[in-house]
Write a protein that binds this ligand. Structure first.
Ligand code: ADP
Ligand code: MG
Length: 341
């Protein structure tokens, strides 16, 4: 198979506000603007950004739970929008989703075994024996004992429920799983177990992930490449290590500096990103980050910066930083004076 597993081209989603769909010039929420990226087989692409920047909308567009305003999604080179309903159903097998809330995403009236085998039974009838065998196999894959297949969701902890959510996503043997804040509701120790489970599954069966999180610590642990979103757009896309070692976009830099640092040997810069995240209904002109950016020049107020490829597989949407042919060595942000000074 040549080419990427998943290719996203200029994906855009505007939600019109209010009922007046026939009126001209209704205000729209620009949830996702001109987003392009690809995912290779067996790769984990993380999408990070603050709440409201459009991450879940990207996930819904990938799953075709909502239709794009423009742009397209190609799976193995095939445009999902061109598929007939039954073909779309078949291609959906290849892409599955794990949700944030393991409490509301599992039907409380079904047993664990019924829940995780349900996706397969939507396609083919299973005998009781087949269903039990499949359930046992899926439970083992996510590190649970087969005996628990007869229990109900209410009998499980948050981490166990998320394991069931993952088992259900695996049932159709997808080549890609989209996980939207899949560990965000869990305790830190349970988070680590689930992340390690995902890493193991990737090693064993070569599955690819689009892993969405607002938590940079989680992303650093699991990502091969990272896309940073700000107000509906990707502002930086880079290999995980390079992104954390030398963020190129001033926004990425601020995000990393603001994240809690588990490793005390790493220096934490106290950056103050001034102001609130602007509204996606009326985003600032030019670069949407310019009102908060210490590097902003006149051009940033006028021209939207395109995502420009730089060295080392990194792309940056910044007029100042993408003009440089190397990753900057100096911070965009001036350091606040230390207490002693
Ligand atoms: P994230 O997952 O990064 O927190 P979302 O994709 O959920 O962000 O939301 C992006 C923006 O789109 C937000 O401003 C949100 O309010 C808006 N939005 C999401 N879904 C809808 C919808 N169905 N109708 C109107 N606005 C929406
Ligand atoms: Mg979300």
């Amino acid at each position: 198979m040549n080419g990427p597993l998943l290719k996203v081209e200029n994906l855009t989603k505007h939600y019109p506000l209010g009922a007046g769909l026939l009126e001209k010039n209704v205000p729209v929420v620009r949830a996702v603007e001109d987003v392009s990226f690809s995912v290779e087989a067996g790769e984990t692409l993380c999408i990070v950004g603050e709440s409201g920047c459009g991450k879940s909308t990207v996930a819904r567009l990938l799953m075709r739970l909502v239709d794009p305003t423009c742009g397209r999604v190609l799976m193995n080179g095939i445009d999902l929008a061109r598929l007939k309903t039954h073909e779309l159903r078949a291609s959906r097998r290849r892409m599955q989703m794990v949700f944030q809330d393991p409490y509301s995403s599992l039907n409380p009236r079904l047993t664990a075994g019924q829940i995780i085998t349900e996706p397969v039974e939507n396609f083919e009838r299973l005998s009781r024996k087949q269903r039990n065998a499949l359930a046992a196999d899926l439970l083992r894959k996510v590190g649970m004992r087969p005996e628990i297949m007869h229990r109900f969701p209410s009998e499980f902890s948050g981490g166990q429920r998320q394991r069931l959510g993952i088992a259900r996503a695996l049932a159709l043997q997808p080549s890609l799983i989209i996980a939207d804040e899949a560990v965000s509701a869990l305790d830190v120790s349970v988070q680590a177990q689930i992340l390690n489970l995902l890493l193991d599954l990737q090693q064993q069966i070569g599955i690819a992930f689009v892993f969405i999180s607002h938590d940079l610590g989680v992303v650093e642990h699991i990502g091969h490449r990272v896309a940073v979103m700000y107000l509906g757009r990707i502002v930086e896309l880079a290999p995980c290590e390079a992104l954390f070692a030398k963020p190129a976009h001033p926004y990425t830099e601020a995000l990393i500096a603001a994240a809690p640092v588990p490793d005390p040997t790493r220096i934490r810069l106290e950056l103050s990103v001034e102001g609130e995240v602007p509204s996606p209904i009326n985003p600032p002109g030019g670069c949407a980050f310019h009102p908060r950016c210490p590097l902003a020049v006149e051009r940033c107020r006028i021209e939207i910066p395109p995502l420009v490829p730089m060295r080392g597989g990194r792309s940056v949407a910044c007029h100042v930083r993408s003009d440089l042919d190397h990753t900057p060595t100096r911070s965009a942000w001036t350091l606040p004076p230390t207490k002693a000074s």
